[in-house]
Design a protein around this ligand. Structure first.
Ligand SMILES: [Zn+2]
Ligand SMILES: [Zn+2]
Length: 329
């Protein structure tokens, strides 16, 4: 009486893999995610380029340059959805086998009345992957100058996922443009979301923009420094204005104080300190912040409030300093 179910179970016992369809976005890009737990940076690669240009053995994270084989770059969301898809396809196989058994048992009952078991089969999920949302306005699309791989991301990233080339100076200005877009997006969020969600989302984007601005400058400096001096700079040296300034003084003979005016440098110092708080202290002001930034507008224990104007000013000032460095390298 469980003939179909038994057949389905033995079929499942021999199943070692279930292939799960992945959907690209409307423009043919696929979501990817850095497998490094510390990074988890999300980006997209154009489908044809993923197939034809990217090599199976190594793919590079555009943000942290972590290297892993092509099979390691599924996003957590894709993995979760794939798991659900696989479970659902197993469930629906079992459900339809049980339905077939139930139908047979009914037929047999009519011929042979001493079987009185009736199978009630309920449930069964629709198997569907949610379509991946269309490209956001802050997304930066770029094509690697070296290998022509097309990829996109939101925020700050500079390594080609296919060949690992650092294209920092190429994307520095573009990245700042997307950061400026993020700074101005509050209005349209308020128009399309409810007030609370819009508020949370706007705040998150502004704080992310502060961090991305530092990151974009850091990557630019790392590339310029390596080209100019040979060896790589100490990890995260350019996240710190003083340490970075010192490295440049040794390499090109100019510190930041010699490249930009005092007011700009003071503001940059404050914004770098704010990024530090956002990245490491959940944005809560401490005594270190007040003494290092010279920002007297906060008391210890308060939370930073990032305004769109601050993000825009930060982007302008960092661009000024970045252009000075590009000109000298
Ligand atoms: Zn990464
Ligand atoms: Zn490339």
């Amino acid at each position: 009486m469980f003939k179909n179910l038994q057949r389905e179970i033995s079929r499942l016992a021999n199943t070692t893999s279930i292939s799960v369809p992945l959907e690209s976005d409307a423009d043919g890009f696929y979501d990817k995610e850095c497998p490094d737990e510390k990074c988890l940076f999300q980006f997209k690669i154009y489908g044809d380029d993923w197939t034809n240009i990217v090599r199976d053995e190594e793919v590079f994270c555009p943000s942290c340059r972590h290297v892993a084989p092509a099979t390691s770059w599924y996003t957590r969301k894709q993995v979760e959805e794939a798991r659900e898809y696989a479970l659902n396809s197993i469930k629906s196989g079992i459900n339809s086998a049980m339905r077939a058994d139930a139908a047979e048992s009914k037929r047999r009952q009519q011929r042979n009345s001493f079987l009185s078991i009736t199978l009630e089969v309920k449930g069964g999920h629709d198997v569907a992957l949610l379509p991946i949302a269309a490209a956001e306005p802050m997304r930066l699309r770029t094509t690697c100058e070296a290998c022509q791989c097309r990829y996109s991301y939101v925020g700050a990233a500079f390594f080609c996922p296919s060949c690992g080339k650092n294209s920092a100076s190429h994307t520095f200005a573009q990245t700042l443009a997307t950061i400026r877009t993020a700074a101005n997006i509050g209005e349209s969020l308020r128009a399309s979301l409810n007030a609370d969600d819009a508020e949370v989302m706007t705040r998150t984007l502004l704080e992310k923009a502060m961090q991305d601005t530092v990151m974009s400058f850091q990557r630019l400096c790392e590339q310029l420094y390596e080209t100019k001096s040979g060896p790589k700079a100490r990890r995260n040296a350019f996240q710190n204005l003083e340490a970075g300034s010192e490295l440049w003084a040794q390499t090109i003979g100019s510190s930041y104080a010699q490249l930009i005016d005092t007011v700009t440098l003071q503001k940059l110092t404050m914004y770098f300190q704010q990024r530090h708080l956002l990245a490491h202290q959940q944005g809560i002001v401490d005594a270190d912040y007040i003494s290092r930034s010279g920002d007297a507008s906060y008391a210890t224990g308060q939370r930073l409030i990032i305004r769109p104007n601050a993000v825009l000013e930060f982007a302008d000032f960092i661009e000024k300093l970045g252009q000075q460095l590009i000109a000298r390298c």
